[in-house]
Design a protein around this ligand. Structure first.
Ligand SMILES: [Zn+2]
Length: 434
């Protein structure tokens, strides 16, 4: 009885929408849009379930539990799923899913973890009012995962899911990634080499009018400086030199004067320790220093980060920094080490083309234009590991809201249906491209 009522209602709806004089077949786009609307409550329920499982990056059991919640969602759509064990990189692991189809190969990227540990006061999904919901990881990015699943469901409902080949990588350590980076990002890199296009379901800058087609890469650096320990009365004498602290000051000042004008490049020393002896605890980001005013300093440690918009800029900046470091003051020595970090996603022509298709789809659906977000407002993310290997990549199509990474993370549930419809129709357009 119940299903018959629904059938009749749907039938009426289609009839009302058709022009009076003749019956027009319902388009794929219309079926997608209707299906997303029909499943609006399902989407919020799936979001609620996944937010209520704590999955702070170091809560391995919780991260796996979110994986166990989502894997059947993909399996039900005909995906093969596998759990990539995170033990080799010291994290929970990743959920990977594949589904073969006839069209272009598309990689969809999400993550299962959040920044909220198991002892955080922020643990529960809570409806604030008819538009907003609060909860850890609602926008970053359990909402994005739900949008991905709901968009695939809409494509199946419209009978067009077979027109694309899909691989999904939901990492378990995006917020606090494991090491070595080469192992933790292997599933992503492999997906990027396989795929023609890649789409990331992060929440971008929280604005549905923007898409992310460039992200700056970021990595850490450590500057280690040494000088000759001697009585301060001898400083600047050729045989005693300038000391480690003057050398570190020279290096940092020269970084600032020579590199700070490079557009979209930033570098920031976050910690400095100097004196006769320093002890630096890397894991705790803290240390101690001992020195006396009448002794030429013997050692300095500085740590910082660097963010660049393209691989070229990244390499140019690192090269320049190495040159500056090696131009030593008398009787001092210095080295700089860069860790592997997150590579940049450059604003390529392909990425602009994908944004263009997305923007056109958005306008066709009545949601307005989509423009590129300023890369300075887009931090590093998993899509960066694949962006250089695909023809087109875009991120930031997830659930929108505000307060990510804080106890005030709030999702705008109105963007759930909007984003799902835009993504589903985008995937359908990509199938038609080939
Ligand atoms: Zn995220």
């Amino acid at each position: 009885m119940f299903s018959r009522t629904i059938f009749l209602l749907v039938g009426c709806f289609l009839f009302i929408n058709a022009p009076a004089q003749e019956s027009v077949p319902v388009s794929v786009d219309e079926i997608i849009v209707n299906h997303v609307d029909e499943e609006a409550a399902r989407a919020v329920l799936l979001l609620e379930k996944s937010v209520n499982i704590n999955s702070g990056s170091m809560n391995f059991e919780g991260v796996r539990a979110v994986g166990r919640l989502l894997a059947p969602e993909f399996e039900e759509l005909g995906f093969r799923t596998e759990w990539v064990d995170g033990a080799p990189f010291g994290r929970a692991g990743h959920l990977v899913a594949h589904r073969d189809g006839s069209g272009p190969r598309i990689l969809l990227i999400g993550h299962l973890d959040t920044v909220f540990p198991v002892d955080s006061p922020f643990q529960e999904f809570e409806i604030v009012d008819e538009h907003f919901a609060r909860g850890p990881g609602t926008t970053d990015m359990k909402g994005g995962n739900v949008i991905m699943i709901q968009a695939l469901r809409a494509l199946r409902a419209a009978g067009v899911l077979d027109d694309i080949s899909v691989r999904v990588v939901l990492t378990g350590d995006e917020e606090l990634s494991g090491n070595p980076k080469s192992l933790r990002s292997a599933a992503l890199v492999e997906g990027g080499k396989w795929a023609d296009y890649a789409i990331g379901f992060e929440d971008g800058d929280g604005n549905p009018e923007t898409g992310v087609i460039a992200r700056r890469g970021s990595s850490g650096w450590t500057l280690s400086v040494s000088g000759k320990r001697a009585h301060s009365s001898q400083v600047f004498q050729p045989e005693y030199g300038d000391g480690a602290i003057y050398e570190a000051a020279r290096i940092l000042h020269t970084f600032r004067t020579e590199l700070s004008t490079m557009e979209n490049l930033t570098f920031n020393p976050g910690l400095i320790l100097g004196g006769t002896d320093v002890e630096y605890d890397v894991a705790a980001n803290r240390g101690t220093a001992f020195g006396k005013d009448n002794v030429i300093s013997a050692t300095v440690t500085v740590t910082g980060d660097i963010r660049a918009v393209s691989l070229q800029q990244w390499e140019d900046a690192k090269q320049k920094m190495r040159e500056i470091v090696s131009d030593h003051l008398p009787m001092t020595d210095a080295t700089i080490e860069f860790d592997q970090g997150y590579p940049p996603m450059a604003p390529s022509e392909g990425n602009y083309a994908l944004l263009d298709i997305f923007s056109t789809v958005s306008q066709e659906l009545g949601f307005g234009e989509v423009r590129a977000v300023n890369p300075r407002n887009a931090g590093a993310a998993d899509i960066s590991f694949v962006a250089n290997d695909v023809e087109m990549a875009m991120d930031g199509v997830g659930l929108m809201g505000s307060g990510g990474h804080t106890l005030d993370e709030v999702a705008d549930l109105r963007t759930m249906g909007q984003q799902t419809k835009r993504v589903a129709v985008l995937l359908h357009r990509l199938a038609e491209l080939q």
